[in-house]
Design a binder for this molecule. Structure first.
Ligand code: MN
Length: 263
């Protein structure tokens, strides 16, 4: 049995070159948000950011060294990544990051390694598998509730309801929960192979997805629209952030052990 820590690749967030930025002027920054790294670490995974490809280290070469992938939140997905033009310049998103993350999703799936998408991560999974997004929920979905509020940020909360009999309801031991909400984009057309696990109450916005009704170890692909990593022990009213991560980490560990036995 392997004794090394499971290595969880984190997709990079991008600060593109900005001549006005006071540090690393004009340079592109790739970064990890701290609570995401801590969320993974608290479950026993070693969080390692996967840089964009350089030299001999292609994305595939990096993926070969990792045991699973967590897609971080952050900037919007570019509508061009799913065949639309931005309806507003503010919704241009980050096409370069989309291409990088879609390549990561393909490479991890090809290697049979688990993937967990958070917020933007859920959205980019849907796009990678052929789905589309609302560029802006408020303007494109009649009767939409508020899903993002800059002033209160991750303190904005709403109810979700699990699909009846779903894997998600099973692992959380219930059907109806409260989650935080920091997004203004969301799934419009669900990709063909994805299954909805939970939706926002009142407007039906997709809040959790999986590949197939129940994730499999060798093709584990799960996404949530909220930010479990932002939750603190004070957030007792929120859905526990542990079950999803522990299922992901279980799948990661089983893949590590299977690879070890096979070597
Ligand atoms: Mn929401």
């Amino acid at each position: 049995m392997s004794t090394r820590l499971p290595r969880v690749g984190l997709s990079a967030c991008f600060f593109h070159a900005d001549p006005q930025r006071p540090i690393f002027k004009g340079k592109t920054l790739l970064y990890v948000e701290e609570s995401m790294a801590h969320y993974v670490a608290q479950a026993g995974g070693l969080p390692l950011m996967i840089p964009t490809a350089a030299g001999a280290i292609s994305l595939e070469a990096a993926v070969a060294e990792m045991d699973g992938l967590v897609l971080q939140g952050g900037s919007d997905v570019c509508p061009r990544s799913y065949g639309e033009e931005p309806l507003d310049p503010r919704w241009e998103g980050d096409h370069l990051r989309d291409l990088y993350e879609i390549s990561l999703i393909r490479a991890f799936r090809a290697a049979g390694k688990p993937i967990l998408g958070i917020c933007r991560g859920l959205q980019v999974i849907n796009v990678a598998l052929g789905g589309t997004l609302f560029q802006d929920i408020t303007t494109q979905l009649d009767g939409a509730r508020e899903h993002r509020n800059w002033d209160v940020y991750d303190q904005l909360k709403h109810e979700i309801i699990c699909e009846p009999g779903s894997w998600f309801a099973k692992i959380h031991g219930g059907d109806s929960f409260t989650v935080n909400s920091v997004h203004h984009q969301g799934i419009k057309d669900l990709a063909p192979d994805l299954v909805v696990q939970a939706r926002s109450v009142s407007d039906g916005v997709v809040e959790a997805i999986s590949l197939g009704p129940e994730p499999k170890d060798d093709d584990f692909l799960v996404g949530v629209q909220w930010h479990p990593e932002f939750q603190t022990p004070e957030d007792r009213d929120l859905l526990s952030r542990e079950p999803i991560l522990s299922r992901f980490m279980d799948a990661v560990r089983r893949r590590v052990e299977a690879a070890h036995v096979g070597s």
